[in-house]
Design a protein around this ligand. Structure first.
Ligand SMILES: [Zn+2]
Length: 547
């Protein structure tokens, strides 16, 4: 099915344990990308912190990529654009708030002049190449989150993005259920739906409930109060500002991402009922009982404000006996250890730590099982494709669809699903992979550099250096260093160096003429010299110097 009316869906990063979203739709010859996010690696891959989906499949077809639509301003949906756009080279379609967040990122990457950004109003209709599109406003934990509706020659496809149902979201409109119901009446062929929180039963709790509880809680506390939450959760930041105001406290923000977010939010007209926040320096001139600090670091990020406060190494802010830290956030799986360590350090300093286990200080931004049922009842798609979640979330979402006589289709990243008015079928498979943002470079996760670093991380490395004359005979003594494996003073280093020297002497003459064969023979000699005593398989390399 490759004629002009053929339609496909292809997820390239949203169906695994690291939810970095990059989705593609094809209509005829043209492609459309939906979201382009980063993932955080957690404990599995300590050599890599920020992971990007490998866009090679679409980069090879970039002349046919009509555009990239961003559903909302979260890192796992737009965080990779500043890194991968040079490979995509297409116009980007975003709401005003996501545009404000994206422009700052592109500015940092020196790309703001190059990337054509089309700002689309929430709920707006637009076309990208042959794609007939419209946004539908949904509630999530960042302003202006949108579902995307594609009117294709085969039928209507609804791509939910991240969403939940909250009749009282505090910031922005509630999920536009009326439009979803209209689409349902018109007939929806397929729906691609967020699965993150479907294993939670019943309807979602509301931000209004958090606001009520937070207001009560903050009024009841003495001493300094610091609250940590995601910077992009503008409704939550507003909740904290309102609760602070009611308790006669002024708000100071601590951490760069919160400061940036305040600027983006105010630029787009959010937080307009809330006085401008104080800087962390200003906070120190206000009595403890009259200040509320909003701080970054809810996931235990080592360089974040809260981690530094907990370690008492923050340049401006100190907390201690009689103060309170509220976690207005959830622990993202993989971060538990880091978060608990920070909470433990705070407790040791005499700080009272409150989490969502103690009080209703957080609600999820993702649809529960109850929310999903309600939406499926309205939209009644023929096919349901669960995305954005681990395998157990995807299958739970599929099970709900099945109960409602909607046919679920489970895809792996790279599966190309051909969608026709009369059925769906997995056709080809696209190459997928992970890239790692390593300092300023992008490296393949399974490439040589990171494989070597993994090996060094667990087994150390051994480097042998030696000089030889024209004929390849050793001049002076070789040197061996083994960072991450042996100290220079370790007697074992001495032994390995001597045995390496002896093994070099035994290399046959015919291998000494060519540098490449000589180096390989020397590596083997070094491995032999290391022996089995250490029971490690370090990265081994040699430097051959011909003088
Ligand atoms: Zn999101």
């Amino acid at each position: 099915m490759n004629d002009m009316t053929g339609v496909s869906f292809l997820p390239l990063g949203g169906t695994g344990e690291i939810g970095m979203n990059l989705n593609l739709y094809r209509q005829g010859e043209a492609w459309l990308a939906v979201d382009c996010g980063i993932g955080f690696s957690g404990n599995d891959t300590p050599e890599a912190e920020i992971i990007l989906p490998d866009p090679v499949f679409i980069a090879e077809r970039r002349d046919r990529l009509a555009g990239l639509v961003v559903t909302h301003a979260h890192e796992d949906h737009l965080g990779a654009i500043a890194h991968l756009w040079p490979q995509l080279g297409c116009p980007v379609y975003v709401t005003p708030f996501a545009a404000a967040v994206l422009r700052r990122k592109l500015g940092e990457a020196g790309l703001v002049q190059q990337v054509p950004i089309h700002v689309i109003a929430p709920g707006g209709a637009f076309t990208v190449g042959p794609f007939d599109l419209r946004f539908v406003s949904v509630t999530h934990s960042v302003p202006e989150s949108q579902s995307l509706v594609l009117r294709t020659p085969q039928g209507i496809i609804v791509h939910t993005g991240d969403w939940k149902i909250d009749p009282n979201p505090q910031v922005g409109p509630p999920t536009d259920l009326e439009t979803f119901a209209e689409l349902g009446r018109e007939g929806v062929l397929a729906m691609v739906c967020d699965s993150t929180n479907v294993r939670t039963e019943g309807p979602s709790a509301s931000e209004a409930d958090v606001r009520r509880e937070m207001t009560r809680l903050i009024a009841s506390l003495e001493g300094r109060i610091a609250v940590t939450c995601f910077a992009s959760n503008v409704a939550r930041v507003e909740t904290l500002a309102m609760a602070a105001k009611a308790a006669g406290r002024r708000v100071a923000v601590v951490g760069r991402s919160l400061r940036n977010l305040e600027v983006a939010a105010r630029e787009c007209g959010y937080l307009s009922d809330v006085p401008h926040f104080l800087s962390e320096q200003d906070a120190n001139s206000i009595p403890d009982n009259q200040v509320l600090l909003i701080v970054t670091g809810s996931q235990g990020e080592p360089r974040s404000a809260l981690s530094r406060i907990a370690a008492d190494t923050h340049p401006n802010i100190a907390l201690g006996e009689g103060d309170t830290v509220i976690y207005s956030s959830r622990m993202i799986p993989g971060n538990e250890q880091a978060v608990i360590q920070v909470q433990d350090s705070l407790t040791r300093r005499g700080v009272h730590v409150i989490t969502d286990k103690d009080h209703l200080v957080h609600v999820s931004g993702h649809a529960t099982g109850g929310d999903v049922r309600k939406l499926y009842d309205l939209v009644r798609p023929r096919f349901l494709i669960p995305v954005h979640g681990e395998w157990r979330h995807l299958t739970a979402n599929a099970a709900i669809a099945q109960e409602l006589n909607i046919e679920p289709v489970l895809l792996e990243d790279g599966d190309i699903l051909d969608i026709r008015a009369d059925g769906v079928e997995i056709g080809d498979t696209a190459p997928t992979g992970r890239l790692v943002l390593d300092g300023g470079r992008i490296l393949p996760m399974n490439g040589g550099v990171l494989s070597a670093r993994r090996r060094m991380l667990f087994n150390g490395m051994v480097l042998g250096s030696f000089a030889v004359d024209d004929e390849g005979y050793l001049i002076g003594d070789p040197k061996v260093s083994a960072p991450g494996l042996l100290d220079a003073e370790d007697p074992e280093t001495q032994r390995v160096t001597e045995e390496f020297g002896n093994a070099l002497d035994e290399i046959p003459d015919e291998l000494r003429e060519n540098d490449a064969t000589f180096r390989e023979a020397a590596k083997t000699a070094l491995r032999r010299a290391l022996g089995r005593k250490l029971q490690k398989r370090p990265l081994v390399d040699v430097h051959l110097l011909r003088v």
